[in-house]
Design a protein around this ligand. Structure first.
Ligand code: C2O
Ligand code: CU
Ligand code: CU
Length: 517
């Protein structure tokens, strides 16, 4: 449960500097390599320097700058170009760089200001997915930032330690803008990070932003300027066969020969992953979207739909130095639960029916002071249906070449049909009954506060879904009941959003809004 202090002298300051500079120009595959310290920093024999794998590729870590008691982050949305493995440049968008953006680290209890400058030639937004923020600072479609403008929001971090993320949320343009590369992680930490969990960024605390892309030989993709995704891609959600982790194809890098914490985000537009290791080793899931589970969960698989996050602890201590350990998606194993009937069969692709590689970890030298797997966390108080002030139905459906939410669609900021525009008294707890009548699974996301999954088709949630969630995958034909306590300040001017996190569905109007009143 506890461990000795980690080895000093990892030179984080230097590495941050070097990484912050890696922003402009054409990024090559493995562009982030060198932005983390190699575990080999704990000098050790056993592996020749020449055999050492490169450090695990991670986005730069950004702690902001504290001024007047406020931790300030300056984020710039900017155009760029990357080589995603096609051998040709792909025009991209990034945050403080050409593709993806820095990992922002904030602490519970502190004031934070996020300043977003839009240096793109089109309007955009930046939404803080998983963060509890005032509605006017949420960065949703109602907070569009004009080309050339700067927008900012300031709030107090008042939530559990967890892994959140940010991405654009521009009305009708979210799928394309995220596909172009704008996304990043937010690490929410307790004021004092846990001593019993690996938490050295880029060494034993590794972010994994998983995305799939469809890049042609000339570097273009269906969202490149001048292209439009086919109707089928808009219905199924745009999926591709090229796997990126942290923006890097065929991602591969070193991990210490000990316990490693992986913070996995499914940042894909539409693909759901069923992750496991090539050797089927068991690992611990320690957190879901909204933070720690009640206890570490031993498992061999984690199902992650677009927008969902999971924290995993993987033990590499029994692996010989130099061993390669593959991370895969065993998608075929869950095909029958994610796609049903003729409609589902039409919306699935080849990868949805099979197993494929996502990334490779190369085991390096052991850490100076190994961690022991934790055995318990704080209990989670589970709510019940009787806590709810009212019940609300949310129906996800598809048909006639379209997606629907409660039988309608959000096609503009105003007006929004009453069936998908809610007024919720701030502080109330509601029971949302989410029903999926379509042939494919949809990940429903609710902004601001996390929720609890009460039951799925009447059965209590499995342990992986029994903690705090902000995005939940609803299988075809399934009824999932959510208990949501709508914390936050009333604001009758700015709403929060809820939507399917398949971004093509969101853009097509499978989205609604709620005002806290
Ligand atoms: Cu991750 Cu409304 O979004
Ligand atoms: Cu969100
Ligand atoms: Cu959907």
């Amino acid at each position: 449960m506890s461990r000795a202090p980690r080895s000093p002298g990892l030179g984080r300051r230097t590495f941050l500097h070097g990484c912050g500079a890696a922003g402009a120009g054409l990024l090559l595959p493995g562009a982030f390599a060198g932005c983390g310290d190699t575990p080999a920093g704990a000098a050790d024999g056993g592996v020749d320097a020449d055999d050492r794998a490169p450090p695990w590729p991670v986005p730069p870590l950004d702690d902001g700058e504290v001024a007047g008691g406020v931790r300030v982050f300056r984020l710039e949305l900017q155009p760029g170009a990357v080589d995603l493995g096609a051998g040709a440049a792909t025009a991209s968008y990034g945050v403080n760089g050409a593709y993806l953006g820095p990992t922002l680290r904030v602490r519970r209890g502190e004031r934070v200001r996020l300043e977003v400058t839009n240096s793109l030639a089109e309007p955009s937004t930046l939404h803080w997915h998983g963060m509890a923020v005032p509605a006017r600072g949420d960065g949703g479609p109602y907070q569009s930032i004009a080309a050339g403008a700067t927008w900012s929001t300031e709030f107090e971090v008042d939530q559990r330690a967890m892994t959140a993320w940010y991405h654009p949320h521009q009305m009708h343009e979210t799928a394309r803008q995220v596909y172009m590369g704008m996304a990043g992680l937010i690490y929410v930490e307790e004021p004092t990070p846990p001593a019993d969990l690996p938490s050295t960024y880029g060494v034993d605390d590794l972010p994994l932003v998983i995305q799939d892309r469809r890049i042609a030989a000339d570097g273009t993709h269906p969202y490149s300027a001048g292209n439009t995704p086919a109707m089928h891609d808009l219905m199924a959600g745009l999926k591709g066969e090229l796997m990126l982790v942290n923006g890097v194809p065929a991602a591969r890098g070193a991990v210490p020969r000990g316990l490693v914490r992986l913070r996995v985000l499914n940042g894909s537009n539409a693909r759901t992953y069923h992750l496991g290791f090539a050797d089927d080793r068991s690992f611990l899931q320690i957190a879901s979207d909204g933070g720690r589970l009640a206890a570490p969960l031993p498992t061999t698989r984690v199902l992650l739909a677009p927008g969902e996050r999971a924290e995993l602890l993987v033990d590499f201590s029994a692996d010989a130095a130099g061993t390669s350990v593959g991370l895969r998606s065993y998608s075929g194993e869950v095909y029958p639960t994610l796609f049903t009937g003729m409609m589902g069969a039409n919306l699935a692709d080849a990868l949805d029916r099979t197993t494929f590689d996502v990334a490779t970890f190369v085991v390096g030298p052991p850490p100076a002071a190994p961690f022991a797997p934790p055995t318990a966390f704080e209990p989670i108080v589970r709510g019940s249906a009787s806590d709810a002030a009212r019940t609300r139905d949310v129906t996800l459906s598809m048909g006639m070449g379209s997606v629907f939410l409660n039988g309608t669609r959000m096609t503009a900021l105003e007006p929004v049909p009453a069936a998908i525009s809610f007024q919720i008294p701030a502080g109330d707890t509601e029971l949302w009954v989410v029903t999926n009548t379509s042939g494919m699974a949809h990940p429903l996301h609710v902004h601001n506060q996390p929720f609890q999954v009460l039951d799925l088709d009447g059965a209590p949630p499995p342990p992986s879904l029994a903690g705090w969630k902000d995005t939940v995958l609803v299988a075809p034909g399934q009824v999932v009941r959510l208990l949501i306590s709508f914390a936050g300040a009333p604001d009758t001017e700015y709403p929060y959003m809820f939507h399917c996190h398949i971004l093509e569905h969101e853009d097509h109007g499978m989205m609604g809004r709620f005002f806290l009143v």
